[in-house]
Design a protein around this ligand. Sequence first.
Ligand SMILES: [Zn+2]
Ligand SMILES: [Zn+2]
Length: 272
Amino acid sequence: MTTPPESSASCLLCGAPSTLRCSTCASKAGIDLFFCSKEHQKLVWPVHRLVCGERAHPFRLPPFSQEEADVLLERLAKPPTTSKQAELQARFLNLVENGQLPGSDIQSKVKHLVGQECAIACMHGAAGTSHTECLIRAIRKFSASWYLDLRPQPPVPSTPSMPQVEGFIKAYDHFTMENAHPIATDSIWFSMFCHRLSSHVPIVNRMDDAMAANGRLTPAHDWLFELQEQSFGSLLSFLDASLVGAETPDRARFCLVACVRVQEAYRDVTAS
Ligand SMILES: [Zn+2]
Ligand SMILES: [Zn+2]
């Protein structure tokens, strides 16, 4: 039993002290996840609903869905419209064809992915992570790039927003430098880290959507901007506290990398 860092009793999103926890996560997974208000719980809900309850600890991303399979098949079938899409299409095809999946054609191979689990971090074949889990993670990671490619600069309305899971994977790879210092993923601490990181995703998505709708952020979006800063700050203090209390060199290295990356991201946001 270790004492959780003090910041664990603070809102997942903004870091404000809180005693309101998600009751489903507490009862089904034994993890205490706090929100300062119904408002912040609601803002995080688009991503939290995917990992609330049994998936909250150990933290597990939702399994590959039929909808994702349909999107993937469509991307494989359609002639690419940009060079980036052509590159990603080749990557998708390579993953599916060489992914040791049962079935003789692309359709049946992709069908086999539906309902399968997704690795949180690519462990490069580490024990406990199956090949298919890493395959699904790679598909989602390339899918994030696909969505980014659909967003022109300046953005235009009606471009699709990045799905929450893809957003999470992108954020995870960014903040951990593609898992440069792998860490055991079954601790309460790691689940807490993932929930904090995930709560950031819907805010970034809303900012992207606001940009797409208006071409820029307007004063009406100041609250979103502030919230994004608060959420960076809250993630940073969680990592800071974990760094001080880290029992393992693995966790210390992991936190250190993430701290540096959060600070960089924070600087980018406040400078723009
Ligand atoms: Zn809050
Ligand atoms: Zn929950």
